[in-house]
Each structure stands twice: as structure tokens, then as C-alpha cells.
Write a protein that binds this ligand. Structure first.
Ligand code: ADP
Ligand code: ASP
Ligand code: MG
Length: 422
């Protein structure tokens, strides 16, 4: 008997029929003798609908109330799944995050899980029940409901798996694994049987929303065996077949079958660029600008400081588009006057495209093939950032899909074979 955590995303939970199919799949695992904890997302579109209602009322809704609101989506889908399981004769019980409890910090809309008390869940499992734990939500020390950021149910599932020492965490979604890039953008994208943990971490952090970044971080920290697989197959396929399907995130580099220099391409439209013009180029200026941004709990991604002309420089950085309005307000009202800067210029029509691969560590010329490919398509690069295993560029977002398709081809990711020398 194994303990299996199964997460089902929004599309997988998207209708009554789909929820009934999830129940069939879960019932099958339960009947095969496994203990199953299920972590559902809200039904597809529901989180957007709820957040949209709030935005109709206020452009800057209170974050605590947003979490209170958004958490209802997962509560509804979890209860529906419990009802569907019981209807199929399987004992089941659902818990909201606060009932478990899943304890988080108080960073509303992007809270981090601190601990999970698994006593209630374990007692139910031992009594033969399937346990359903709402994804995406928790409770802080003051008893406020919090949510974990968009896509956060992945993280809930991996955190539950880590806390309970589960044998596997299965992320059921609407694609049958992790691909070389989003198969909805590049139909030639290939599914990988295995992807290294480090590559998955980069892909997720660079925008591949197939897994939330924090879910991958958790899996790495606690060595949770993690697999991404389809929820849209026949729910009654044999458990033995299902447990080997999809994409395994592996911690063993040498187990990785792919030998490509570049393994995948990630992209993100959730970007916004802000430039502070005519900043006095003195020691501490980066801190004076980015310190207050960090203090407002806004993550800064790419940073570019131009060379100075007559002691003045331009300072640009990117933030998530969700934080754009807040960051602009902060810069215009507080930071620019404080550092004696000129104009604040902004652009939220930008996208980040990244190539990722552990093979980049030992190969030169990979980034130059990227730049050449973009040049040949006439795409201007606004910012660049690199790490050992990735190169990212910021471009006008209207060229994003073109860039991804051109790079996928240039790095021959549509081919089974080893990557070309760049
Ligand atoms: P869920 O609701 O199940 O959490 P998401 O929409 O969050 O599903 O994530 C699955 C989606 O991620 C896929 O439908 C696909 O469009 C997208 N995606 C982006 N990059 C990749 C990739 N490299 N491999 C597979 N899917 C990807
Ligand atoms: N329902 C949440 C969202 O749409 C969490 C999730 O789906 O993982 O972001
Ligand atoms: Mg998701």
C-alpha cells in the first residue's frame, strides 16, 4: 500500500462530468489498495471569475478580502468531488485549508506554506477514506485565510506530499506531461519522459505554468517524487500503466534520457518593464530604488543599469504584471522624488522568452544561436539575463509566439536527436 497525493487542475475539475471522472480515477487508485489524498483546484475559470468581480468593484481591492474570496473556488470543487466519490460508494471527506490546517505566512495572494498538520488527514486515511484537501489556500497565525498565488494548488499538493512523506505526488492536468515548450503554442513540441529537477525549476520560474515554481522548490527540498500526467485519458486505465505515464521530475541527472544542450523553452507574458530616467549614479542608488520595492513585497526580475552620462543613468527593471500598477505608484509617488530621478517610463507590453538546459553549462555559443535566431526574425531584444542553465530575453510581447516557434526550430527541439553544436 502506498500513499499517493493526486492534484487535479482547473480543467480536470471543469464540469460536473469531469469531476465525476476524477472521482472514477481516484476510486480506481483507492480500490487498488492505495491511500489517496486529493488536492483539487477550483473549476476552470472560477478563480478568474471571482477576481474579476472584485476588480469590477475596485481597481485595488484589499488583498485579505481577495484571498477570502478566491479561496471559495477550491472549497466548492473539493466538496463536489467528495460528493461524487460518495455517490460512487467511496468514503471521502473534504477539508478546507484552515481545517487541516495548512499554515502559511500572511503574504496575502502569494502566501508561503510554513507547516501542515497531517493528524486529521491521517486519521481519515487510516479509517479507509479518501481525503480531499483544498488546493491554493491556507491560514495564517491570526486565523486569516490566505492563498498561495496563481497556480498554487500544485504547491499545496507537493507540500501535503512532503508533510506526509507520500510515495508519489501526481499532478494531473490537461496535457499528458511536460513538453519542450507549451504544446498550445508550438504543436511540434515533444513530451519528455523525464526532466531534471533543475530544468523544471527554471522552466517553472520562467513562466511554464504547467507547474508552479514553489511546487518544484518544495519537491526539491523534500525530495518528493513528482510526476505530471493527463487527467483527460480514460479514468479506468490500469493503475500500473498510469503510474508510469507522463513526465517524471528526476533528481538524478544521469537518469535523464535527453542529452540536449537546450531542453526546453519557457515564456511569460506576465511581465512589465519600468524605467527610471536620469537617476544620479551614486553608490547605493540601486538599493534606494529596489529596497522600497522589495519592502512592498514586489519581486523584481530583470535589472538593467545603463552606463552613466554626466553622472546620470537610466535604471530599468521588470516586475510581474500583477504588481505593475502598485510598482508604478510607488515609483512615481515615493521612490523617484526620494532619489531625485527624472521621468518614470513604463511598458507592460513585453514578454520574456527563455531557453533552458543543463547542457548549457558545458557548451558555448548557445546564447549566440538564440540571439542570431531572434535577429533573423527581426525581433529586438530589450533586456537579457543569464544563469548557468538558462538565457532569457525581454521582447515586445507581440513577437513572443514567433520567437518561441523560431527558437524551438533553431534548437531542433522538435527532433528526437541530440542537439546540434551551436
Ligand atoms: P492546471 O489547471 O491543471 O493546473 P495549467 O493550465 O495551470 O493546468 O497548466 C497546464 C498548461 O500548461 C497546459 O495546458 C499548457 O498549455 C501549459 N504549458 C506551458 N508550458 C508547458 C510545457 N512546457 N509543457 C506542458 N504544458 C505547458
Ligand atoms: N485556482 C487557482 C488558480 O486558478 C489555483 C490553481 O488552479 O492552482 O490560480
Ligand atoms: Mg496550474
Amino acid at each position: 500500500m502506498s500513499l499517493i497525493v493526486q492534484k487535479y487542475g482547473g480543467t480536470s475539475m471543469g464540469s460536473v462530468e469531469r469531476i465525476q471522472n476524477v472521482a472514477r480515477r481516484v476510486a480506481k487508485w483507492h480500490a487498488a489498495g492505495h491511500q489517496v489524498v486529493v488536492v483539487p483546484s477550483a473549476m476552470s475559470g472560477e478563480t478568474n471569475r471571482l477576481l474579476g468581480l472584485a476588480r469590477e468593484i475596485s481597481p485595488t481591492p484589499d488583498l485579505r478580502e481577495l484571498d477570502m474570496l478566491a479561496a471559495t473556488g477550491e472549497q466548492a470543487s473539493s466538496a463536489l468531488l467528495a460528493i461524487a466519490l460518495m455517490r460512487q460508494g467511496v468514503a471521502a471527506r473534504s477539508y478546507a485549508g484552515w481545517q487541516v490546517p495548512v499554515r502559511t505566512d500572511s503574504a496575502y495572494t502569494k502566501a508561503r506554506i510554513r507547516s501542515i498538520d497531517d493528524a486529521r488527514v491521517r486519521a481519515d486515511l487510516d479509517a479507509g477514506r479518501v481525503v480531499i484537501v483544498t488546493g491554493f489556500q491556507g491560514i495564517d497565525d491570526e486565523g486569516n485565510i490566505t492563498t498561495l498565488g496563481r497556480g498554487g494548488s500544485d504547491t499545496s499538493a507537493v507540500a501535503v506530499a512532503a508533510a506526509m512523506g507520500a510515495d508519489e505526488c501526481l499532478i494531473f492536468t490537461d496535457v499528458d506531461g511536460v513538453y519542450t515548450t507549451d504544446p498550445r503554442v508550438v504543436p511540434e513540441a515533444r513530451r519528455m519522459n523525464v526532466i531534471s529537477f533543475e530544468e523544471m525549476l527554471e522552466m517553472a520560474s520562467l513562466g511554464s505554468k504547467v507547474l508552479q515554481i514553489r511546487a518544484v522548490e518544495f519537491a526539491g527540498k523534500y525530495h518528493v517524487p513528482l510526476r505530471v500526467l493527463s487527467s483527460l485519458t480514460d479514468p479506468l486505465i490500469p493503475v500500473e500503466d498510469e503510474m508510469h505515464s507522463g513526465t517524471l521530475i528526476t533528481f538524478e541527472e544521469d537518469q535523464k534520457m535527453e542529452t540536449a544542450v537546450v531542453s526546453g523553452i519557457a515564456f511569460s507574458r506576465d511581465e512589465a518593464k519600468i524605467t527610471l530616467r536620469n537617476v544620479p549614479d551614486t553608490p547605493g542608488v540601486a538599493y534606494s530604488i529596489l529596497g522600497p520595492v522589495a519592502a512592498a513585497n514586489i519581486d523584481v526580475d530583470m535589472i538593467l543599469q545603463n552606463i552613466s552620462l554626466q553622472g546620470m543613468t537610466d535604471f530599468s527593471f521588470t516586475v510581474n504584471r500583477n504588481d505593475f500598477a502598485r510598482t508604478l505608484e510607488l515609483l512615481r509617488n515615493q521612490i523617484a522624488p526620494a532619489v531625485g530621478a527624472g521621468e518614470v517610463v513604463s511598458d507592460d507590453k513585453v514578454a520574456k522568452v527563455s531557453i533552458v538546459g543543463i547542457g548549457m553549462r558545458s557548451h558555448v555559443g548557445v546564447a549566440s544561436l538564440m540571439f542570431r535566431t531572434l535577429a533573423e526574425e527581426g525581433i529586438n531584444i530589450q533586456m537579457i539575463s543569464t544563469s548557468e542553465i538558462k538565457t532569457s530575453v525581454l521582447i515586445n510581447d507581440k513577437y513572443m509566439e514567433l520567437a518561441v516557434r523560431a527558437l524551438h526550430k533553431a534548437f531542433e527541439l522538435d527532433q528526437e536527436s541530440v542537439q546540434p553544436e551551436a
